[in-house]
Design a protein around this ligand. Structure first.
Ligand SMILES: Cc1ncc(COP(=O)(O)O)c(C=O)c1O
Length: 444
């Protein structure tokens, strides 16, 4: 029980910002990203898709479900029972837990091209391990990548060359302060479905290219020509093809999304969805490459605890047993339809996108500042109706038809109010606080 239970969520958030730089360890959990001064910010408990704030007010989560970490829903009974049993048997000791090997076998069975597995506990950490292995294996330095892959030096180094290099890769405005300037030029971005950009990078950096790093899919299906060039350049230069499944993995199918698109990785990296709310990250790959993990030093105490692999194996078994990805796709598609229909009937102009389990919408035809005000008003109106909601929706197995029905009513009402407010130029005036922030900014 928190010693701060008498504070409101927003007062506790103000206190947090004074003693925790940035208030939280994850940019996507900053209240300023949703509804500055009015977001509930803290939870006392969560179950299924229900979240209770620290004042015990209940909300239904139609937003990002623990930033994509809980596709089975919060506090899933099967996963929690397995984890509680593991706690009772000792989550940590001097010897290794056999569940490490169980999970490795499971991952290799799901991905027969992979022969060996290492672990971390978070997505960014696991990606840093993959990049280190690729550099150790090739004895080369340069990484070319598209998309977001975490906070580590290897990735932020891209912004040493041009501080807008990472814009367009999910999180704009990432500052490389604290990243050694000597890493300048070691990380080079290309855009998804732009094979010509990768070809140009390969032309200038081929002799020093350690890895090509990308998500299998984010917003759009990969085009055949793009994949052909990716495989060709990886083959010709010897660069390790690292597929980042941290967000896409285990949502469209049980396993990596790369299996659906015939992408042939050398290494694939999993976290988030793999363990439904417990820290876990897995790096799987071909043995000739993974063996290079023995030539460099990759080692951390809590990467050997027991709860992560137990949670992951139980989660994966449930995905298979209940065909969870089918439910995630169906639910995400239904939400995209709800947004589209509500926009049509209210006269709001929007686009929807993302793979259905990781859906989002954008407002079109307005300036960037107006768009932020509109999103903020949407979140404010939805919160008044008992929903945590924003421009993104990550589906979970715990979302039911009843949730979708009540969500639809609330979205229709909210879009109607927003549309009226836009006509009367009242959106900003209707906001109780400032507009939400996008991207990375220093908090005050
Ligand atoms: C594709 C991808 N890679 C890596 C990461 C970093 O994972 P984590 O936040 O667990 O460090 C994320 C997080 O959103 C991601 O979406």
């Amino acid at each position: 029980m928190t010693q701060n239970k008498n504070l409101s969520g927003s007062d506790l958030w103000k206190k947090a910002k004074r003693i925790i730089p940035g208030g939280t360890q994850l940019l996507s959990k900053r209240s300023e990203q949703f509804l500055p001064d009015y977001w509930p910010s803290y939870y006392s408990r969560a179950k299924g898709v229900d979240i209770w704030g620290i004042d015990d007010q209940k909300f239904v989560d139609m937003s990002i479900m623990g930033v994509g970490a809980c596709p089975l829903g919060y506090a899933d009974d099967d996963v929690d029972t397995a984890v509680k049993t593991a706690i009772d048997k000792g989550s940590m000791c001097t010897l290794n837990c056999p569940e490490d090997v169980d999970l490795a076998e499971k991952m290799i069975k799901l991905h027969p091209w992979a022969e060996m597995v290492r672990y971390a506990r978070g997505g960014g950490d696991a990606m840093a391990v993959a990049v280190r292995i690729a550099r150790a294996h090739t004895k080369k330095d340069k990484i070319t990548f598209c998309g977001y892959h975490g906070w580590h030096d290897w990735y932020l180094a891209a912004n040493l060359a041009d501080d807008r290099n990472l814009d367009g890769h999910l999180l704009p405005g990432l500052d490389p302060a604290g990243v050694p300037r000597g890493l300048r030029g070691t990380s080079i971005p290309f855009r998804y479905n732009h094979p010509e950009e990768l070809e140009a990078i390969a032309d200038s950096a081929a002799s020093d290219l350690a890895a090509i790093v990308m998500e299998p899919i984010r917003d759009y299906n990969p085009e055949p020509e793009f994949l052909k060039i990716i495989h060709q350049i990886s083959r010709e230069t010897g660069a390790v093809l690292v597929i980042d499944e941290v967000s896409a993995g285990f949502r469209l199918n049980t396993g990596g999304a790369h299996k659906l698109y015939r992408i042939k990785p050398d290494i694939a990296v999993f976290a988030k969805a793999i363990s439904n709310g417990y820290p876990m990250g897995a790096i799987i790959g071909k043995s000739e490459i993974m063996e290079s993990a023995q030539e460099t030093f990759i080692s951390s105490t809590y990467w050997t605890e027991r709860l992560g692999p137990v949670a992951a194996s139980t989660t994966i078994e449930k995905y298979e047993r209940c065909n969870v990805p089918a439910h995630l796709i169906k639910t995400g598609s239904a939400v995209q339809t709800i947004w589209k229909k509500a926009a049509e009937s209210s006269g709001l102009s929007i686009d929807t996108g993302g793979i259905p389990p990781l859906s989002h919408f954008t407002v079109t035809g307005s300036s960037p500042d107006e768009v932020q005000q509109i999103f903020t008003l949407y979140t404010q109106l939805m919160l008044d109706r008992g929903f945590l909601a924003g421009k993104s929706f990550y589906s979970s197995y715990a979302h039911t038809k009843a949730h979708l029905d009540s969500f639809q009513t609330a979205v229709e009402e909210s879009f109607g109010i927003i549309s009226e407010a836009m006509k009367r130029k009242m959106v900003k005036k209707m906001l109780k606080g400032p507009a939400a922030q996008t991207g990375f900014k220093r908090l005050t």
